[in-house]
Design a binder for this molecule. Structure first.
Ligand SMILES: Nc1ncnc2c1ncn2[C@@H]1O[C@H](COP(=O)(O)OP(=O)(O)OP(=O)(O)O)[C@@H](O)[C@H]1O
Length: 124
């Protein structure tokens, strides 16, 4: 039988959005790395306007910027969860955190590469 909690309601859907925005607010206000990514994203967007990039190039820039943010949000989540699960030193937790950080690194390298491919020929 369907539980009250499982029913589709507009109020419940709005609450989900509220929780998601709460997470986003926390990420941008509390997480220091978010500020670095925000500055880098703003820089990329300003250069994009300045160099008058094409629609396809805008799509590429927005895509890599969002990929970096998604990777960083998940990295922050994993760090927080790991700190709750195991506040003490643990070799498995070390690997988990290092791999989460590796995901951000790969996303950042992709963003740099795409930025270089789009911007460098227009600059030099
Ligand atoms: N409980 C732990 N056990 C073993 N190693 C850990 C543990 N916590 C952190 N580390 C090691 O320290 C590194 C940094 O972890 P930390 O949680 O401080 O993240 P951080 O680099 O400060 O993250 P950020 O700068 O994104 O907040 C991890 O990648 C991991 O190698």
């Amino acid at each position: 039988m369907e539980n009250e909690k499982d029913k589709f309601t507009i109020t419940a859907r709005f609450k989900s959005f509220k929780y998601a925005f709460n997470g986003l607010r926390h990420f941008f206000i509390v997480e220091h790395n978010a500020r670095i990514h925000l500055v880098a994203a703003a820089f990329a967007i300003v250069i994009s306007f300045y160099l008058n990039i094409s629609t396809t190039e805008w799509i590429a820039i927005f895509t890599v910027v969002v990929i970096v943010f998604i990777a960083e949000i998940f990295n922050s989540c994993i760090e927080k969860l790991a700190d709750v699960v195991s506040p003490e030193i643990n070799s498995q937790i070390k690997l988990v955190k290092d791999m989460a950080a590796a995901a951000v690194l790969i996303a950042a390298i992709l963003a740099l590469a795409v930025g270089a491919i789009i911007f460098l020929p227009k600059l030099f």
